[in-house]
Design a protein around this ligand. Structure first.
Ligand code: PHE
Ligand code: ZN
Length: 877
């Protein structure tokens, strides 16, 4: 087999033929589903006369083909593994095809497949071509009419996009439903679901008075787990009306929960399909984190109805046009609904850990890549999260009013069209009058920009001189980078007053919190009339997705932690302070010298634990140490063992010094009020569980007793899971095993809880965990065919159990590679994602580098899917 070839953005050409209307009929059968397609087609006015018609199609058995009712002869068309070509077609015509496909053998979960006995589809990005021959590209938009035929007993429910217009029974116990979707859409938004499902129904009245029926379809046993998703959906619908003036546009909106799904969820028009983990919640089965995740994913998919569906992408290089914008929208929604500062802290700490690592690794790519081999590999943190950061910068640059005018213009001007990132930015530029040409570089340049900042206060004349220097490191294929337009939000905090000082720049007074624009490689900003020596608070709210270095002393950081008016930077100062202490301890561990705890960190924590803090949710974040992954991201060479040891050392020392404070914090936030996923309760549980983590770091009898009691009380999953995790991670097997066993037996029937049971065990720091991973892979609740299980067991082990994954004998790497090799055949998309930790070899010592590369080589020797091929090639390049 020859190597798969890349697709280039510069090769984009408009389609020669359009589909104006698509009629589909599915006759469902697990092994032999028949799909009839009637495509109403016409040649594009600009296309040349006589252009051949090319349709995408994979794994389809062609049964019949006709144009305008005339069957085609063998010599009038050709079919290979990827497409069907008809050399000569009229200007306008009807194309009829019938194909046979096998949903039961579709383990890739792309196209039409079966999940727990039901039929469902996943078409983004290129799954529709596994259903029927079609111009499977987002710039072909058609109205759809879909008839689904199934067994009345095993598929009583038959769903597709749009509105149901006809239903009836057929001979031999079969029945059908026909659905009409009046909104032109690309094929990737097509969806069909058929099975034995139950629904929960609600109603929503839009701002302009349209009555919408809302349905969530689940397996019967999950009927009690939809309340939160439904409430979230209604909040999201209302929010989009207020924040963006966007209303829903059909009479029916459906969500379906499926167990086997590659991603979180999918925004198919009128029929969103969700990974069950992203929609089902119950206080006893889902944690606060899961409740919040469901809320944000329900909102995200709903928001796509405008940012993605009504206005879609011209081609897949524009993916961030819909994803970056929609993530930004869901982030703002969650911030408005919950604690805004905590939402920002959570998003940024995840971003700086995972996206920074991606941007620094061999698969680094711009938000708009210029080529790809497999688009399925580009649903990345860069496209989604960095894309969202870039939209956030735009909104801050132009300001909220112009941003709203710009988005209104975008939705109005391009409604029903497939457009580009330039089209979006042009609307923002038009609405604001601000020149965004330099800003466009954010879309084409990969890598995380680094800013080196220096400041100097001149006591004599009261000037504060700030020098900013930017540089974006080289990334694969991009060696020279240009200076970006970087908005830096800042304040100067007076060391005497502890207050933000008034800012005057070039004679203009700018209040006490402002945004300066870094556009040059190096730029100097002189603030005048600064009445006292300040500590600068830079990049407030993480105003740009960059790494900012400033030579802060520990006193400066302790000062900002206590005084910064920006909640985000107060938290960040604490993280920076902890990082300085951790750096010393990592060095001490590596050099074999005794570790000494920085008392400033202890005192800063003591202060936090005893000060009047109004925002308890932020406090919980401030008391949380940087994760091992984040610490690793800050080190030039990652020493996993030293990081683990240093972080544990800090935890233990803090716990010993502040034991009574943590106990008090625990008791003050312990409550048996009925569970609600509201911000107050979530903050209280967060604080209580942070306290318990510290107490368990000493593992004395009192702490163990608290954890056991919290587990046994069985009040809600957040508390139970946290207690079980701490017990499982403790050195005391006598307490871990009984708890794990009880939990595993109690929840054996619930796949989503079993996922958590897997994840808890494989993060154990003890070295025997590898045997446990191997053992759990044979557990009846585990299956390589279910992506949630693979993520919970293998993904969690490789991504979060750093000391054991990076074992010096290479056993962790070997285990991951074995799984990747097997999944390469079953589910290439999941296999390719799973390799990520191995691709980061360059950050480790030579021994580990060699071991990791050897596993990548072993994978490369297999017959690879394009997905895995692309990732492995880049990782070994
Ligand atoms: N478009 C989906 C989302 O962001 C994600 C997705 C991509 C789902 C590809 C399935 C396949 O909401
Ligand atoms: Zn999305």
């Amino acid at each position: 087999m020859s190597d798969p070839k890349p697709t280039y953005l510069s090769d984009y050409r408009p389609p020669a033929y359009r589909v104006t209307h698509t009629e589909l009929t599915f006759d469902l059968d697990a092994k032999a589903t028949r799909v009839k397609a009637r495509l109403h087609m016409e040649r594009h006015p600009q296309a040349k006369n006589g252009a051949a018609l090319e349709l995408d199609g994979e794994r389809l058995t062609l049964i019949s083909i006709a144009i305008d009712g005339q069957p085609l002869g063998e010599d009038e068309y050709s079919v290979d593994a990827e497409r069907l070509i008809i050399e000569s077609v009229p200007q306008t015509f009807l194309l009829d095809t019938e194909v046979e496909i096998s949903p039961a053998s579709n383990t890739a979960l792309s196209g039409l497949y079966q999940s727990s006995g039901m039929f469902c589809t996943q078409c983004e990005a290129e799954g529709f071509r596994r259903i029927t021959f079609y111009p499977d590209r987002p710039d072909v938009m058609a109205t759809f009419s879909t008839t689904v035929i199934g067994s009345a007993t095993t598929e009583p429910v038959l769903l597709a996009n749009g509105n149901p217009v006809e239903r009836g029974s057929l001979p031999e116990g079969r029945h059908f439903v026909t659905w009409d979707d009046p909104h032109p859409k690309p094929s990737y938004l097509f969806a069909l679901v058929a099975g034995d499902l139950e629904k929960v129904e609600d109603r929503f009245t839009t701002a302009s008075g349209r009555e919408v029926t809302l349905q969530i379809w689940v397996e019967e046993e999950n009927l009690g787990k939809t309340d939160h998703a439904m409430a979230s959906l209604k909040r999201a619908m209302r929010w989009d009306e207020h924040a963006y003036g966007r209303e829903y546009d059909l009479d029916l909106f459906m969500i379906v929960a499926v167990n086997d799904f590659n991603m979180g969820a999918m925004e198919n028009k009128g029929l969103n399909i969700f990974n069950s983990a992203a929609v089902l919640t119950h206080p006893h089965t889902a944690t606060d984190v899961a409740f919040q995740r469901v809320e944000s994913i329900v909102a995200h998919e709903y928001f796509h109805n405008w940012s993605g569906n009504r206005v879609t992408c011209r081609d897949w290089f524009q993916l961030s046009l819909k994803e970056g914008f929609t993530v930004f929208r869901d982030q703002c929604f969650s911030a408005d609904t919950n604690s805004a500062p905590v939402k920002r802290i959570e998003d940024v700490s995840f971003f700086r850990t995972a996206q920074f690592a991606e941007d620094a690794g061999p698969t680094a790519h711009p938000i708009r890549p210029d080529h790809y081999i497999e688009i399925g590999n580009f649903y990345t943190l860069t496209i989604y999260e960095k894309g969202a950061e870039v939209v956030r910068m735009l909104s801050n640059l132009v300001g909220p009013e112009a941003f709203r005018r710009g988005s209104d213009l975008y939705f109005e001007r391009f409604d029903g069209q497939a457009v580009t990132i330039e089209d979006f930015v042009a609307c923002m530029q038009e609405a604001s009058g601000i020149d965004l040409s330099q800003f466009m570089l954010w879309y084409s340049q990969a890598g995380t920009p680094e800013i080196d900042a220096h400041g100097e206060y001149d006591y004599a004349n009261g000037d504060y001189r700030l020098i900013l220097r930017q540089r974006t490191p080289a990334t694969p294929g991009q060696y020279d980078k240009q200076a970006l337009h970087i908005p830096v939000r800042l304040g100067l905090v007076g060391t005497k007053s502890g207050r933000d000082l008034p800012l005057t720049l070039d004679g203009e007074s700018l209040g006490s919190d402002t945004v300066i624009h870094l556009r040059e490689e190096e730029q100097e900003f002189v603030f005048t009339d600064v009445s006292e020596a300040p500590v600068p608070s830079l990049l407030r709210g993480f105003s740009a997705p960059v790494k900012l270095r400033f030579p802060y002393g520990r006193e400066d950081l302790a000062f900002l932690l206590a005084n910064d008016s920006d909640g985000f930077n107060r938290w960040d100062a604490g993280q920076r302070l902890a990082m300085l202490a951790l750096d010393d301890l990592i060095a001490a561990h590596r050099n074999g010298v005794e570790k000494v705890m920085d008392t400033r960190v202890v005192e800063a924590f003591r202060h936090l634990l005893n000060a009047e803090i109004d925002d308890r949710a932020v406090l919980a974040e401030m008391l949380t140490l940087p994760s091992e992954a984040y610490i690793a991201e800050q080190q030039p060479l990652v020493d996993v063992d030293a990081i683990h040891a240093a972080r544990n050392f800090v935890k233990q020392r803090l716990a010993t010094a502040l034991r009574d404070d943590f106990l008090r914090l625990y008791k003050a936030n312990d409550s048996d009020a009925p569970y609600a996923p509201d911000p107050d309760q979530i903050a209280a549980r967060g604080l209580k569980n942070v306290a318990l983590s510290y107490l368990m770091a000493i593992e004395d009898e009192d702490a163990i007793e608290l954890a056991r009691k919290q587990f046994a009380a069985d009040h809600n999953m957040t508390d139970v899971r946290h207690a079980l995790t701490l017990l499982t991670h403790s050195s005391r097997d006598d307490i871990a095993e009984p708890a794990l066993k009880a939990f595993g037996e109690k929840w054996a029937h619930d796949p989503l809880v079993m996922d958590q049971w897997f994840a808890i065990q494989v993060t154990r720091p003890q070295p025997d965990v590898l045997d446990r991973v191997a053992f759990l892979m044979k557990h009846p609740a585990f299956s390589l065919k279910n992506p949630n299980k693979v993520r919970a067991l293998i993904g969690t082990f490789a991504g979060q159990n750093r000391v054991n994954f990076h074992r010096l004998d290479g056993a962790g790497y070997r285990l991951l590679a074995d799984v990747v090799i097997e999944l390469n055949r079953l589910n290439p998309e999941i296999a390719a994602r799973l390799i990520t930790p191995l691709t980061r070899w360059a950050r480790f010592d030579e021994t580990r580098q060699d071991l990791m590369k050897a596993e990548l080589e072993r994978i490369r020797a297999e017959e690879l899917s394009p997905n895995v091929f692309e990732v492995v090639e880049k990782a070994l390049a």
